[in-house]
Design a protein. Sequence first.
Length: 129
Amino acid sequence: MEGVSDNMNDESQKVKGLYPRTVKRKTIHTKEMVEDIAGGSASRSGELLSAIAQLTDYIEANLRKGNHICIDDLGTFSLTAECKLVKEKNEIRAESVKMKRVVYKMSNELRRKLKDTEFVRLPESGIKG
């Protein structure tokens, strides 16, 4: 559990409480994911690696063009931009705008599939914060 960070209110009116935090078990990288999906087939692994590389290149190229990429049952990827704070619209120049981050929005289908995910509470000794 983590404590709520209330930066909006005066000290006397700050919202207090706790919220849940997920604990990452591990990060599954491309190689492990491909091996799991391919089920030991070397030729299928090669095809999957190639498809992932092509998909990655396609997503990058289209995000650069300003497109959003929607993988129907997975979600949508898009870019956000940032620049230094200006007072007038005409002060913003294309050269000063930079990519801020890639945003991922989960699809409704994936949200529906994950809705019944079960969570367990860690023992008190495992809780930080």
